[in-house]
Design a protein around this ligand. Sequence first.
Ligand SMILES: [Zn+2]
Length: 245
Amino acid sequence: MPSPSRFCSSVLFQTERLNFLLDCGEGTSSSLLRNKIDPELIDSIFISHSHVDHLGGLFLLVQMMHLLQRRIPLDIYLPEEAVSGVKDFLNTCYLFPEKIVPKLNLHPVRPNFTFQDGEIKIKAYPNRHLLGNREIIDELKFPNKMQSFCFLLDIFNKKILYSGDIESSDDLTDIIQDTDLLITECFHPKLKRLIPLLIRKRVKSAILTHIPPELEEKEEEIIENAQKLGFKKLWVAYDGLSIDI
Ligand SMILES: [Zn+2]
């Protein structure tokens, strides 16, 4: 659901050498401009799943890069099931990949997908976020494969987990042990189960994204409640929140 106070999901990671986005929901282009991030800097985009609040900003971002005459190719990693649809929609938007700059490299993400570039490693873990669609997909014989991924980042020996969207906190149980930072949505998992899980799994810090309407404006309460339980380092994301890791 769109929010009057926050854009949709997108997280920018910057190292000395690489800059990449995790998800690219509506508002990503405006958010980059507001935060004075040169779109030229972005090397790659990783899409967790094809819901529009995680993918819908990609097309305007590509258009902006084209209008800025970006010459550097852009690598886009996205669920395998979305590759041909994204190509078709680029054509629908008159962003013909054969004609525009930058050159777009679309890479399929499948279970066991791993990306490595020097000291940065990104691994995809399938989650159950889209499985509730099975009945209608089977009934109408749609090609959708319900691909949705969490991304585990190993950057300079720091372990960072980006949840994407999940079905519940159970999707995180096996992959968050000892993470330095967990960036997780809090729309589907319930906080009263999530926070104790973070403590049990010795997660060192966490950022909550994808804030449901009933938790809007309750940031302080959420953080206080987590601290009472013993989880000390929690942020509730807002547009432009920037942290050093
Ligand atoms: Zn979703």
